[in-house]
Design a protein around this ligand. Sequence first.
Ligand code: CP
Length: 462
Amino acid sequence: MTEAPRSLITIDNLSNGEINHLFEIAGEMAADIPGQYGIARGKIMASLFFEPSTRTRLSFETAMLRLGGSVITASDVNATSMAKGESIADMARVVGSYADIIVIRHPWEGAAKIVADYSGKPVINAGDGGHEHPTQTLCDLFTLKQERHTIRGLRIALWGDLKYGRTIHSLAYALARFGATIHFRPAPGLEIPEYVLRKLTTEYKGELKRREGLQTVEEGTLPLDAIYVTPRSPHQLAMMPDVSLEVELEKSVDALYVTRMQRERMKANGSGSYPIVDKKMLKAKEFEKTLVMHPLPRVNELAQEMDGDRRAGYFKQAAWGVPVRMALLTYLLGIKQPKITEEADSLYQHRDYPVYTGDSVKCPNAMCVTSQESEKYLAHEFSIIKMEPLILRCVYCEHEVRPPFIASSEWHEGRTDTKKYHDSNSHWIKEIKPENLIIFGNESEAKTRGFKPSHYTGKVEG
Ligand code: CP
């Protein structure tokens, strides 16, 4: 594995200060696009899009051409040697030897991280399955700053498919970091995933409350249809999953971020009802001055009649993609020097979790890159984000897993009589240091590895 240079795989790879600095560069570039020609002369961008794209691919390619660089491209996995069984890691090593920077979109969650780990070049995640889409978030934040001047204290409703919408996940983290209040308004059955909510409440100091009686949500339960919040101060984040479109907010909504149903990520053909945003719906007082956003493409969820409405911001959002991506390319290529000044009031708290690697626990997400490539070279790897109860987070796709059985390497060294495994919910978890944790996916695996059940006494069972 080559040591990776600076990449953008998740929105957290950029600090608030860096994002603000990028926006200064993007603003300068937007004011004089022809004047940027030649800045990236001699540089080559590999544009690998293994899922359909109009905006992201074409704005990245336009950005590189506007900077005077060149583009090599692959847009069909069947036209690459991955169709012959080549791994993403091998493909990354090879493309890394051709290009100076790689932009990749792939249906497998965590695929962009693999490319960053193996290519030796800066990598930009242009969307990895339902996981993240950080450059769309840069366009979203830039649009908000252009239209509302600040993000802190804004009330932003995220609308539609919050489960599979990768733009939603990256944007929710960024909004939380910049101090916006988030209202989740999912279509039925498409609520924000639990792992995203957990990150928002642990790494971003978000506060999540039940709708009824404002009780704090119990750890590990997160009943999505019963969460409500009233922010107490601009620094207190608010997240409100709300399946009812009839609910009136007490105050106005600064921006409504609409998303389409991500049918391509669903096993069945999507759930029944899906909210449609139109002028009638936006007649409510709370939406009087709302900026209507959408990452696009739109299907039916946002009425065409909105296009001429003064609140519509979605085509501007797409147009900002070029200068924002121009700024990002120059930044990651080292052409523009970063001004790494973390805002003192950033609400993101990076955590160095202990890591667990082993075959006994596998990522449950079928679209995770480890589910697809672990047979070849890739180990399942997890951050241990909590011991009581035991919760692991896949380092590639961030889905969570709660392993059922545990032991400690400290207990039984050289003593076979004490080599026992326990239920992960038992009090034994308190006795284990993360660095000594042994995990079993099931009891037969523990027994195969020579461990005995918790209740084993050593007497012959009969
Ligand atoms: N917003 C976005 O990612 O659009 P494309 O799928 O067209 O790139």
